[in-house]
Write a new protein. Structure first.
Length: 141
């Protein structure tokens, strides 16, 4: 049975958190696809490999988050960790690829920022719904 204010019993995530998680996951998949293509074309380097590893980890962890998150604040730690990883990815890509003139590299840079942004929104939403409201009402969900 679905709880009030939840999207469904299957996901257990509130609608804004579900939308933000989905958009972060989609951005991560796009960055993963771009970087996998670059690696298959012969690109090497620590920035490319770091970005590819972060995008693969984000894709795997947040696939599980769609199905395993039952309570607000459950994946707050993952949101904090991955938002930090994605801001580092964005800083690396902005430093090395902003002046490249390649639309593909700029797309990876833009989607890395979107992944960071939506994961940071998840942090704020998880904090508000899981800790702030829970401490005010003292209600057991």
């Amino acid at each position: 049975m679905a709880r009030t204010g939840r999207t469904s019993a299957r996901t257990g995530l509130a609608a804004p958190v579900l939308a933000s998680t989905a958009l972060a996951w989609i951005s991560s998949v796009i960055v993963m696809g771009i970087l996998a293509y670059l690696v298959s074309e012969g690109w090497r380097g620590s920035v490319v490999i770091y970005t590819l590893v972060v995008s693969v980890l984000t894709t795997v962890v947040y696939l599980a988050a769609f199905f395993l998150a039952r309570y607000p604040g459950y994946i707050l730690l993952f949101n904090l960790i991955f938002s930090y990883l994605w801001i580092v990815v964005f800083a690396f890509l902005a430093h090395y690829w902003t002046d490249s003139g390649s639309a593909l590299l700029h797309a990876a840079e833009a989607f890395s920022f979107l992944a960071f942004f939506f994961l940071f929104v998840n942090v704020l939403l998880d904090w508000h719904s899981g800790f702030y409201r829970g401490s005010r009402t003292n209600a057991v969900v």
